[in-house]
Structures are given as C-alpha cells and as structure tokens.
Design a protein around this ligand. Structure first.
Ligand code: F0G
Length: 433
C-alpha cells in the first residue's frame, strides 16, 4: 500500500522518506495509508490469518504479521525478536457487572512492555534509512526497548532519563543492553524537549512516539486483540495515558479498520491517567478547548508526564471513538495492581491504572452494566520490583502514598525458617487452608 507523511494540523504532505519530526507548521505527522490501494477486508483478514502457522520471523511477529497495515520493508531490514502475539486473558467480569472482561498483556513482549511493537518498526525504518545513531527520552520502558532493538540492529543508542525516577528493572535493561544512558537533572518532559531539539541538527534518529513509525507498530495491539477475539472488539478499550502514543495509535488503528471495513462499530477508548499526572484529563474536562502542562507526580513512574507530545493526535482519537479520559489516585492504582498481581496477571503500576480506571467508570455508570471491556496491560511486573515488593510485603508506607496503608493487611512477607525438613513440613501443614 502507498504511504506518505501527513500533518495532522494543516494536512500538508511529505514523502515517507523525509527525515523530519514535524510539519513545517509544527504539527505532528502521521504515516498516511492510501486506502484506495487497500485489499478488501476479507483478503486482508485471510492474509493475516494465513501467516499463523509460518516459521518466518516476520510472520511470527505480532507486528509484521499485519505488515500491509504497518509498513512495507524488505525482510532483511526488519529488526525483530519477534515481538507481539501477547496473550489475552479472560478475567471475571461479574464484580464490575460487565458481560466480558479481558486483559491483553503487553508485558509479555521481549523487553517486557508494549514499546517493542513500536520499536521494531521505528528501528527497522531507521536501519533502512541508514541511520547513524538512535535516541529517545524515556520514563524507562522506551529506553529498555530501544537499547534492545538498537543492539540487535548494531546501531549506537542514547537514552535520556529523569534522574532517580526510573524503575530499577528498566534501568537495568538499558545499561545491560549497552545504551549510552544519560540521567538528566529534570523530568521526562525536559528530556523529551531536549532530544527533540538536538535530533535533527546532529543527524540522530528520534524514536519516541513523536516518530510516526512507532505508532504504526503500536496499532497492532488492536489488530492482535481483534483477531484473538475472533474478529471482534469489545465495547471499551481501556489504556493508561502518559505521552499518549498508545491513545493516538489506537485511534488511528480503529479509524483505519473502520475505513477498510474490518469493523462496523468503533469501540470507545477510555484513557486513564494518574491524578498527579493528568494534563490530558484536565483538558478533556474542558472539551479540549485549552491545554495546560503540569508538574507530574505519581507512583506510576511510567506515566509521570506533564506535557504529552501526542496531545493533538490523542484528542482526535477521543473524538473519533467517543472516548473518555479519567483519573485515578495512586492508592487506587496500587489496589488494582495488588488485585491483578494476585491473579498472576501481574504488572507495573502504570498498567494497573486501567483496572482502577475501569472501576471508577463503572461506579460512575459511564461504562454500563452488561458492556464488555479490554484492559491493555502495558508493562511487566518485574519492571518495578521496588514498588511490587513494598506492596506485596505490606510496606506501602515506604511508597509515601495516602490511603495505601489499607493494602498492608494482605502482606505476604517471606518467613525466615531453619533448613530442617520437619519444621518446614509442619509450617506447610499449618499454612494450608
Ligand atoms: N504504560 C507503561 C508501562 C509505559 O511505559 C508508558 C509510557 C505508558 C503506559 C504510557 O503510554 O506514553 O503511549 O501514553 N512510557 C514511556 C517511556 C513514556 O518512556 O517508557 P503512552
């Protein structure tokens, strides 16, 4: 299918190969698909399904399997592990009065977050274009993913991260995979601003979700879910919102799937932000008439973002899907994380915002009884071991979060015991219900 870059603000178009981050007017760029050259929905679906038994890496990937709707590249340029094809779990819908509830676990990607779906496309395209070096700003997961894909592509990687506000698992990955890791005295938003300023002048390739090729990869979370659910989508898709890349990518995926005839009815997006990092939710309250960045603070460090770069695309996604944006407290996030962890879904705090948000939306009857919902679990539990252990062992005081102490009642602390079979057998008998 033919593609070009198109500005979401003024509609100007540029060749796909242009090395530009934004339109001349400053607007965000989309990779625009030429729908006139698209195959029929039946042909597309049959092509995607026919790749399931294949052993080719580009077919095994839950991103490149949908390449007609992602990007055309020679197989030799594709940098893949492969990624995607994450599991979709059925959860008990009854406590929320829903007809069905699913969780798509993007933490099952090769580096433990959904970023891999976008990164395989951005890094493959960069390699195809002969990039010199790759760079990103990150709250952690993007840096871990870029470090991995950059290493696979044999390209140098630079990551800018906020000082001290990055979960240990993510930092460990960036360092271990060999990324040049620069911890700045500032927030994620400062880091994002800096990388955008230096990228073009210094001939670097920026792979934050400002890079439209990232979003083409992240669209496949929706495509994968659609095929896993037998070619249907639920009433609601619930996603955490930080830099709003996923929100934008999901809106684009649904717009294209509707235009292509793959779906008739568009699910509603529910974007969940942490109360302390909720500039998008505040703007939504005012009908998106006005946007005000904020100083972010939340236990969910992945979404500790006060000035999301994809704002304009995310507004478009909410409007197209008749979506909603809401907030949850850190205590609600931890409660939801605890509940997901105990079901062995397990996730990092930002991902648990989805369940916390869905609880709020059902309470407020925005999501109605009998409707169905899909939670997008964005990152793996092991990404943030400090929060996970504090929560699991009843030491939420260490996290300094108001209202979280009630969770300490469920503490699951390790017991120190002698290495003696009799004692251990006795304890097992005591602890069994
Ligand atoms: N969940 C997780 C686990 C994330 O890492 C992120 C973003 C989000 C949700 C929010 O997604 O930005 O598309 O709205 N992490 C970025 C990073 C910012 O640098 O790793 P978004």
């Amino acid at each position: 299918m033919n593609r070009q870059l198109m500005c979401v603000t003024c509609g100007s178009t540029y060749p796909l190969e242009d090395l530009r981050l934004r339109c001349d007017c400053g607007g965000l760029l989309d990779v625009q698909l030429d729908m006139d050259s698209a195959p029929s929905p039946g042909t597309l679906a049959a092509t995607f399904e026919s790749r399931l038994p294949s052993r080719l890496l580009q077919d095994l990937s839950g991103v490149w399997r949908y390449r007609e709707l992602v990007l055309d590249l020679p197989a030799s340029d594709i940098v893949t592990f492969p990624e995607g094809r994450t599991n979709l779990y059925a959860l008990d819908p009854t406590p929320l009065g829903l007809s069905a509830l699913w969780a798509k676990h993007e933490g099952e990607n090769p580096t433990g977050s959904f970023k891999d779906r976008g990164m395989t496309v951005a890094v493959s395209w960069a390699k195809h274009q002969g990039a010199r070096a790759l760079i990103c700003a990150s709250t952690g997961n993007t840096s871990a993913s870029l470090a991995a894909y950059g290493a696979r592509a044999h390209l140098p990687v630079f990551v800018l991260i906020p000082n001290g506000k990055i979960a240990q698992g993510k930092l460990a990955q960036a360092l271990a995979y060999g990324a040049h890791t620069l911890q700045i005295d500032g927030s994620f938003d400062d880091a994002m601003h800096t990388v955008e300023q230096i990228t073009t002048q210094h001939n670097l390739t920026l792979v934050n979700s400002l890079n439209p090729f990232r979003l083409e990869g992240q669209k496949t979370i929706i495509l994968d879910s659609f095929f896993q659910l037998g070619q249907m989508l639920p009433d609601w898709i619930v996603v955490p919102g930080g830099n709003l890349g996923n929100t934008s990518a999901f809106g684009k995926a649904l717009t294209e799937m509707k235009a292509l005839g793959l779906i008739d009815r568009v699910p509603r997006l529910a974007v969940i932000q942490a109360e302390g990092a909720s500039p998008f939710a505040r703007a939504a309250q005012g009908g998106f008439q006005h946007f005000e960045p904020m100083q972010p603070e939340t236990v969910a460090t992945a979404i500790r973002i006060g000035n999301p770069v994809n704002y304009d695309k995310a507004v478009r996604a909410i409007r197209f899907t008749d979506g909603v944006v809401t907030t949850v407290t850190d205590a609600e996030i931890l409660q939801a994380k605890h509940d997901l962890d105990r079901q062995a879904i397990g996730c990092e705090p930002a991902s648990a915002a989805t369940l916390a948000g869905l609880r709020r939306l059902t309470r407020e009857q925005v999501v109605r009884r009998g409707e169905s919902a899909l939670l997008i679990i964005t990152g793996n539990l092991l990404k943030d071991p400090d929060t996970t252990i504090a929560l699991a062992t009843g030491r939420t005081a260490e996290l300094g979060i108001e209202g979280a102490a009630s969770l300490d009642a469920c503490a699951n602390e390790p017991r120190h015991v002698p290495s003696d079979p009799e004692t251990i057998a006795r304890i097992i008998e005591e602890e069994l219900p």
